[in-house]
Design a protein around this ligand. Structure first.
Ligand code: NAD
Ligand code: TYD
Length: 359
């Protein structure tokens, strides 16, 4: 398989690139990434020298560049046409989308449409596949009971989720209108190694290690359904090899947590870990660092995914329990301080001040 991965230098994309290169020697991957604040080539150090892997810096809004990659005429690549696209590239943070919705529409909606158009033109013959990596947030918010199924009406509440919905609808329209081989996956919240520390779990882990306050929005009772990033990768792998074009597949961990319970759990695991002799010394993290702050506008109350379709049709099952996955993730952050300390300076500090200091 010859795959164009977009956004492969971000959190999930980089985990996916490593996952595929390890599992399928011989598969070729071209990773196209703009390297925004969220893209980081440090995430891909492990595969830099792999001859099956090529990195190209560029924007999914650049139709000419995409065409040259798909046709195999781009000089940096293997010079073979690419048969598959997996589109991870996106602006992905809800809080940033509240500050600047336009950049979300540009990359998430328009960028996806540019990719679709380039692929439609390049792929005259059958045998191609375009996977749009979407989110459960397109379904909006749930009450205390029930689950999102693939039939749940789309009702996004944030500029981020609205832009992801726009992209999903483009993929759907290209399938219906042009018979384009698109498939949409909608996954719940991911966590794991290389998670950018503006999102809840890595923010809490790293702030606790720095002795900073642990910001919890509103009453902390909002619920998310957490899935380990490697389980998301294995689900996309199943869709890549067995998914049916024109279909939507929900992906989730059946693992609902209130935000405040996760924050408490992280504090407790960190306290336990930092007691171990030989572990690098950090400021002792405790629940006393928790600070409830002003809520996020339009904050979705609860997400919960029904992933029975992908389990039944494609035989996917997640491998991680949350207990094991979270402990391993915390250990990864303890062992990779340079990675996150490098990120949590410069541009990140400006964002942090803007989002947190006045709340
Ligand atoms: P991320 O923000 O960590 O990474 C996004 C990557 O896309 C970065 O490497 C960035 O440089 C790149 N990018 C941004 N704009 C680009 C452009 N115009 N052209 C090329 N590259 C560009 O995001 P993530 O958390 O890894 O999420 C990846 C995808 O999965 C997104 O589409 C997101 O909507 C979706 N998703 C994320 C989650 C989650 O919990 N993180 C859950 C479900 C779905
Ligand atoms: P986040 O990781 O931003 O993912 P999403 O908003 O896409 O679900 O946030 C997860 C939950 O944690 C969400 O309910 C918002 C909340 N949250 C906080 O309480 N404090 C924070 O500092 C952040 C970043 C998120």
């Amino acid at each position: 398989m010859k795959i164009l991965v977009t956004g492969g230098a971000g959190f999930i994309g980089s985990n996916f690139v490593r996952y595929i290169l390890k599992k399928y020697p011989g598969y070729k991957i071209v990773n196209l990434d703009k390297l925004t604040y969220a893209g980081n080539l440090e995430n891909l150090k492990e595969v830099e020298g792999n001859t099956d892997y090529t990195f190209v810096q560029g924007d999914i809004l650049d139709g000419k560049l995409i065409a040259s990659l798909l046709e195999g005429t781009h000089p940096a690549t293997c010079r073979e046409p690419l048969t598959t696209i997996i589109n991870f590239a996106a602006e992905s943070h809800v809080d940033r989308s509240i500050e600047d919705p336009a950049s979300f529409v540009k990359t998430n909606v328009l960028g996806t449409q540019v990719l679709l158009d380039a692929a439609r033109k390049a792929w005259a013959t059958p045998g191609h596949r375009f996977i749009q990596v979407s989110t459960d947030e397109v379904y909006g918010s749930l009450g205390p009971t029930g689950y999102f199924t693939e039939e749940t009406p789309l009702a996004p509440n944030s500029p981020y989720s609205a832009s992801k919905t726009g992209a999903d609808l483009m993929v759907r329209a290209y399938f219906e209108t042009f018979g384009f081989p698109g498939i949409i996956t909608r996954c719940s919240n991911n966590y794991g190694p290389y998670h950018f520390p503006e999102k809840l779990i890595p923010l809490i882990i790293t702030n606790a290690l720095e002795g900073k306050s642990l910001p919890v929005y509103g009453d902390g009772q909002n619920v998310r359904d957490w899935l380990h990033v490697e389980d998301h990768c294995s689900a996309i792998d199943a869709v890549l090899h067995k998914g049916k074009t024109g279909e939507v597949y929900n992906i989730g961990g059946n693992n609902e947590w209130k935000n405040i319970d996760i924050v408490n759990l992280i504090c407790d695991i960190l306290d336990e870990r930092l007691k171990v002799p030989g572990q690098p010394q950090g400021t002792a993290p405790t629940r006393s660092l928790i600070k409830f702050i002003k809520d996020r506008p339009g904050h979705d109350r609860r997400y919960a995914i029904d992933s029975s379709k992908i389990k039944k049709d494609l035989g996917w099952t997640p491998k991680y329990t949350f207990e094991q996955g979270l402990k391993e993730t915390i250990d990864w952050f303890l062992e990779n301080r340079e990675w996150w300390q490098g990120i949590k300076s410069g541009e990140y500090l400006k964002y942090y001040e803007k989002n947190y200091m006045s709340r």
